[in-house]
Design a binder for this molecule. Structure first.
Ligand code: PLP
Length: 401
């Protein structure tokens, strides 16, 4: 008799984006003429930059010639990409990371979801509330207990250290969904907590490229001691529009260990290597050549232009919302803004009114956790024209409240 993994039956039905799509569709059915603008999507809209497109063409041509054809690549990723990552993302900033500490993947979602496989089922997992749902659901599937670290206007959406002992902590900064960032000082506190408590930090740096402030660390390894207690996830999805290309990487330093029940230290780097070699056959050669191109002189410039474009949207959004007297977080080091709904409307009430009266779509904050109730997430990934138009409509709607 084949028994089910009953942990799957305990998952909360995560229909957030399906629910949003359903409501938008119903509205469209009744208002065919409405020109709906979405500030709800968590996907980029600008095309891949020329340096990446050229690299993709070159790689495709190589694949068509016997002499340069590539089959299975290394499970850890090609050295040309791992080298570029080490040099540009770490050594250029004074961080000593080695090539064999970099594991190239097909996007950060896979590894942020899979990494928990290396950890004991009895570990207590801490996540922020609101949160990117992958951390919660992947641990639920394995049957682990999860503790929420509440984030609210009171703590400026920066969580306090856990009040009860926890073993593994997921941090995502700059944050999705709140758009808030941690300063060096704040991140230092977490690294110290992890070292003092033999805890492991799983640090999601997917939005690192959007950081504008010098006070915000780009990598947890900027903090002394972090190589002993943290694994870091990167993605080219938001950095360079790779949501459809698929490529990212995970950093597992040689120093980072966890313990056996007999209190022996076990290094995670060889375990992750073993796991990847068993379950993963590498990221496509084309994606890796495309990612390599991001690190060329032209590539870096072109990618930065797109990020600047989105961050200009974010800054327009922030100014407009604040000008309307609304309370808003994020949008300074991240392409997300976290808006407190006016008149104490619930997340879904505000979503409904904004759709109805302004024909603008947002993402209800409560969809990311209980603490998100009374907030919505807005994204800066739209075009300039649509973003400006959406802000005009939002202004008109707010003036009627
Ligand atoms: C978008 C995103 C990722 C990246 O996912 P990919 O699989 O690389 O596309 C990772 N973490 C968070 C929090 C994200 O929002």
């Amino acid at each position: 008799m084949a028994l089910v993994n009953e942990n799957f039956l305990n998952l909360s039905s995560n229909y957030l984006f399906a629910d949003i799509a359903k409501k938008v569709k119903a509205f469209k059915a009744e208002h065919a003429e409405a020109d709906i603008i979405s500030l709800g999507i968590g996907d980029v809209t600008q095309p891949l930059c020329p340096a990446v497109i050229e690299a993709l063409h070159r790689a495709a041509d190589e694949m068509g010639i016997a002499a340069s054809f590539r089959g299975y690549g290394p499970e850890q990723g090609y050295d040309f990409l791992r080298d570029a990552i080490v040099n540009h993302d770490f050594r250029a900033h004074g961080i000593d990371i080695n090539i064999d500490e970099i594991f190239v993947n097909d996007g950060a979602k896979s590894d942020t979801g899979n990494f928990q496989e290396l950890l004991h089922v009895g570990n207590i997992i801490a996540v922020t509330d609101p949160v990117y749902p992958v951390y919660v659901d992947s641990n639920m599937m394995a049957g682990r207990r999860i503790v929420k670290l509440p984030c609210s206007a009171e703590n400026n959406f920066v969580p306090d250290l856990p009040k009860q002992p926890v073993d593994v902590i997921y941090l995502c900064y700059p944050n999705n969904p709140t758009g808030t960032a941690l300063t060096h000082k704040e991140l230092y506190k977490w690294v110290n907590y992890a070292i003092d408590n033999n805890a492991l930090i799983l640090y999601d740096a997917a939005y690192e490229a959007y950081i504008q402030s010098d006070k915000t660390p780009h990598s947890i390894y900027e903090i002394p001691g972090a190589k002993h207690c943290a694994v870091e996830f990167h993605s080219f999805s938001k950095t360079a529009g790779f949501t459809g290309v698929r490529c990212g990487y995970t950093v597992v330093p040689k120093e980072v260990t966890v313990t056996t029940l007999a209190c022996e230290h076990v290094a995670l780097n060889p375990l992750w290597n073993r796991r990847q070699c068993t379950k993963f056959n590498g990221t496509s050669y084309l994606s890796q050549r495309a990612a390599e191109a991001i690190y060329t002189k032209d590539g870096r410039q072109q990618v930065q232009q797109t990020i600047d474009y989105y961050m200009h949207n974010a800054s327009l959004m922030r100014q407009t919302l604040q000008g309307l007297g609304l309370k808003v977080w994020g949008g300074e080091d991240a392409p997300y803004l976290w808006l407190q709904t006016p008149k104490s409307l619930t997340s879904w009430e505000f979503f409904g009114q904004l759709l109805e009266k302004a024909n603008v779509v947002c993402t209800p904050g409560v969809g990311f956790g209980e603490c998100g109730e009374g907030f919505v997430r807005l994204t800066a990934f739209g075009t300039r024209e649509k973003t400006e138009e959406a802000l005009e409509r939002l202004k008109a709607y707010i003036s009627t409240l």
